[in-house]
Design a protein. Structure first.
Length: 186
C-alpha cells in the first residue's frame, strides 16, 4: 500500500504531495514539527504535543493552517488512511510561500509504521558521545522543534562516525550583568 499523507486540506498519496518551492520552510527552515506515537490507534498525549506546537507557532510567529480540532482530525485521518495502529506520526507546519503577500501556511502530516529501538539497545545499552556543539538559550529557536535541524543532524552524523547511537548537547551558560554582580555581592 502506498503511503498517504495529509497536505494542507486533504489526504493524498505521498508521491502526489508537492510543496511550493518558495515555501519558507523549504528555503529557510521557517517551520515547526512535532513527532507523536500512536499505540493501538490512539495518539499518545496529543493534547500536550499540540499545546507545545501551538505555543511554538505563536512565539515564532508561524501561522498555522487550522485550529486544534482541525489538526487532531487530520492526524487521525492520516493514521486511518494508512491503516496503522502502531505508528510514528510527524506533524510539520511551515510559513508557506515567502513570495506571496498573504502566504498560506503549509501543513504536512505523515504516519509510518512504528519501529522500536533494537532490543540490544535495552539489553546492552548504547554508546553516547558528548558533542562539541552548544545550545544557546538566548537563541530565538531554543526550546522549539523547528525544521532548522541541520546542527542536530550534523552532531548525530559525527556520533555515528564514532560508532555511537546518540550525541548529547550542552547548553551555553548566559549571565546577565546584574546576575554576575549579584554573585559577587552575596
Amino acid at each position: 500500500m502506498a503511503q498517504k499523507v495529509f497536505l494542507n486540506n486533504q489526504t493524498i498519496e505521498s508521491s502526489a504531495a508537492h510543496i511550493n518551492c518558495a515555501d519558507g520552510g523549504f528555503l529557510y527552515g521557517a517551520g515547526l514539527f512535532e513527532t507523536m506515537r500512536a499505540s493501538n490507534g490512539v495518539v499518545f498525549a496529543i493534547d500536550d504535543h499540540l499545546k507545545d506546537f501551538f505555543n511554538s507557532a505563536e512565539k515564532l510567529k508561524i501561522n498555522l493552517r487550522g485550529d486544534k480540532k482541525f489538526i487532531v482530525d487530520a492526524v487521525y485521518e492520516t493514521l486511518n488512511a494508512n491503516e496503522l495502529k502502531e505508528a510514528r506520526i510527524r506533524l510539520t507546519a511551515t510559513s508557506g510561500a515567502m513570495s506571496a503577500e498573504n502566504p498560506e501556511p503549509t501543513l504536512l502530516i505523515t504516519a509510518v509504521n512504528f519501529e522500536p529501538y533494537p532490543k540490544s539497545y535495552y539489553d546492552k545499552g548504547i554508546l553516547v558521545v558528548l558533542n562539541s556543539y552548544r545550545q544557546n538559550p538566548a537563541d530565538v529557536l531554543a526550546g522549539h522543534k523547528t525544521t532548522s535541524y541541520f546542527s542536530r543532524i550534523s552532531a548525530l552524523g559525527l556520533a555515528f562516525q564514532k560508532r555511537a547511537a546518540e550525541a548529547l548537547w550542552f547548553t551555553v551558560m548566559v549571565f546577565l550583568r546584574r546576575d554576575v554582580s549579584a554573585m559577587f555581592l552575596s
